[in-house]
Design a protein around this ligand. Structure first.
Ligand SMILES: Nc1ncnc2c1ncn2[C@@H]1O[C@H](COP(=O)(O)OP(=O)(O)O)[C@@H](O)[C@H]1O
Ligand SMILES: [Mg+2]
Length: 265
């Protein structure tokens, strides 16, 4: 129920307002705003029935709103992970406002805490990263939500659920690039989605803001390059300290040799 207290404190235009929570027997209940409109799974089903793909501009508009809510969750202290981002957990109101629902798997990212989550059915597993399989690992952070966010956008733009991560791990070519299914997707958006869906969290955008930038602003390749450069600089910094220590050690050795020589004369 600690999670519920934290949820009740949240206030964001793209999250339903949680007003109360209680338990009856072994069941926990959250009371929240009713969000009118369809969830994105229904929106995809309609597009599919019409044999049409959703418009990229609409999907990006929804993505910015989902990203804003996710960024807000991740910036809480301790960070809150949603852990179940997928089309059926996102609603669009008739006014076009997107709300992220279903806090069923929400987790506070407090250090040292480990919860085991049994994956609930096929549906969830499709959008989840490898590090979320069979329970949480210490590797799990906001980048797990970024993977599921990317997979959700993949589904929205291609009408095709992304291949599950285990099949991708066994054969990376199992993931069909989005533009092969829907050529109307722009190369920028395809690059950004595939970046978010990288198998290893270290290969993904480091936070939601960076992912949104790749979707709409700077290109994925330049952002990836920048991330590489930062690491390189950190590495160089370490190297310099090592060099200084080496010089000091060398100097001391030389000095003690000199002293020994002087004493022996
Ligand atoms: N606050 C809400 N207002 C309106 N509909 C909601 C709300 N929360 C969830 N829903 C709808 O109910 C469905 C199931 O709720 P959800 O919280 O996702 O539970 P589950 O754990 O069963 O997936 C969602 O897919 C969504 O369409
Ligand atoms: Mg749900």
């Amino acid at each position: 129920m600690r999670e519920a207290t934290v949820l009740a404190r949240l206030d964001h235009p793209n999250l339903p307002k949680v007003s109360d929570f209680f338990s009856i027997d072994d069941n926990d209940f959250l009371v929240m705003d009713y969000i009118p409109g369809d969830d994105l799974r229904a929106v995809i089903a309609k597009a599919e029935a019409n044999k049409q793909f959703l418009n990229e501009a609409d999907v990006i508009d929804w993505a910015m709103q989902i990203g804003d809510a996710l960024s807000y969750l991740h910036s809480q202290n301790p960070a809150i992970l949603h852990r179940d981002i997928k089309p059926s957990n996102i609603k669009v109101t008739p006014a076009g406002v997107v709300k992220l629902v279903d806090f069923g798997l929400v987790k506070l990212l407090a250090p040292g805490e480990v919860t085991i989550t049994i994956m609930q059915g096929q549906g969830t597993a499709l959008y989840s990263p490898l590090e979320q399989y069979g329970g949480d690992s210490n590797m799990m952070d906001g980048r797990a939500d970024i993977y599921a966010f990317g997979s959700t956008l993949y589904h929205l733009l291609t009408n095709t659920p992304p291949v599950n991560v285990r099949d991708r791990f066994l054969d990376p070519s199992n993931l069909v690039p989005p533009r092969e299914i829907n050529p109307a997707i722009s190369p920028r958006v395809e690059d950004a989605i595939l970046w978010a869906m990288e198998l290893h969290p270290n290969e993904r955008p480091r936070n939601v803001k960076t992912f949104l930038k790749a979707l709409t602003g700077e290109s994925t390749s330049s952002l990836r390059h920048l991330a590489g450069k930062v690491n390189f600089r950190e590495y160089q910094g370490l190297d310099r300290t090592e060099m200084i220590l080496l010089y000091i050690a060398g100097g001391l050795t030389f000095f003690s040799l000199l002293l020994t020589l002087i004493r022996n004369i």
